[in-house]
Design a protein around this ligand. Sequence first.
Ligand code: UDP
Length: 499
Amino acid sequence: MSSQTPSSLHFVLIPLMASGHQIPMVDMGKLLSQHGVAVTIVTTPVNSLRLDPLITAHNVKFGLKIQLLSIRFPCVEAGLPNGCENLEDLPSRNMSRHFFDAARMLQEPLEKILKDIQPPPTCIISDKHLPWTVQIASKFRIPRILFDGMSCFSFVCSHNIMISKVYEQQSDLETFVVPGLPDRIELNRAQLPSSFNHGSLDLVDLRKEIVEAEKASYGWVINSFEDLEKAYVQEYRKTKGDKVWCVGPVSLCNEGDSDKAHRGNRSSINEGQCLRWLDSWPPGSVIYACLGSLSCPTAPQLIELGSGLEATGRPFIWVIRKSEITTSNDDLQLWVSELEGRVRDRGLLIWGWAPQMLILSHPSVGGFLTHCGWNSTLEGVCAGVPMVAWPLFAEQFYNERFIVKVLRTGVSVGVRAAIKWGEEGKAAVLVKREDVRKSVEEIMSGGREGEEMRKRATKLAEMAKRATGGGGSSYLEIKAFVEDVKQVSNKLRQQVKDS
Ligand code: UDP
């Protein structure tokens, strides 16, 4: 068997069906295809409708080959409502297990398709939440590479907290210093991800399976770049070995307005209208507020957030997920409509999906109130804007510390405990309107402190651009990654031939 040329390389990407996972995987697919690799992205019919326009546009623009492989998602067999193919569409968090069961049922049909696909798969890049992909890689004798969607900083925090067990003797709200880090990072137990604080819906068995599958994986691709978190990338490599490639920020592969606008879902606002609204404000004057794709704040919490934005007196864009309104009461709908009336001259409310990257990269945006999902955090970094950090759950409190204490490009809104998956209703009000107003003020003006913060943010955005440009660290890491996979795959093929 002859060794593989770049054009015979075929990487199969298997994202978890949730925006925060699909979006960076699609971006990674685009980047890989620019390095001469054929890319297949495994998805399901409903998700395919969301992703198809972006893939088609990319293929047309670059003449490259990314294909979507859509497999029927067995909703009904797994006990989910028909069409519920994305974590965002779950009618209730209680159904998470059904969702992961349905995802697991994709294994068999996927294996059948991969047997005949051309060129034969060279490797699998799998979301870490799909541990069953390790069996596919083993059957096809190809490497499985993991994409876990977090930063090296988050991994190192979790790792050091886990092995030191520093949290065990603490009460929920008592702060401790994370041991063994180059920076002084304080957290409390209630802010840690659910692996440290099991909620009633925690899928402990799935978590164990994920850990086992990790051990059988070949390497890791990380959506980050060396200069952003050098010391933490080194720590990561100390733990995981040298098969770690920092290839981000992957979102920077989207250069034109159309690519920036069409990511992950159909926008709930006309992009032209959104740009015209942004054009009408001076540079750096608008605050953009979005709590990600999975947030479920209570009605009183949403009222505090909206009131805080109103109290800033500044122009703002506020993204409200449709489910936040529809699952809440009529009073909230009325309240938001009244707010919309009061701030008509300076507030733009987006009900549903916002073209986040398009908005963030507009010069009139001067600040980002974010839930600190890692994609949003990186998108804020790339846009060069300071951030108000409002973490909700998962590893978002690590990202908050990273923004505030390591990058020093944002302020914390002051949340003291994570919301447990499925227990959102219990959270009531964690952040008051005055906290929102004050934090926004600190990043948008904030005297000398604020100015320094904004300067640092601008510098980081330049560094991100350099990392992904030709000859930059992330560009070179993708090249090295493709070359490494080519070598190992040739070796494995030779072994199969010899056996
Ligand atoms: N996003 C978007 N519009 C929205 C909400 C989210 O484009 O209205 C995108 C955002 O740009 C990011 C992703 O969805 O790329 C969310 O990922 P993140 O890791 O920030 O958070 P998650 O939603 O997974 O908690």
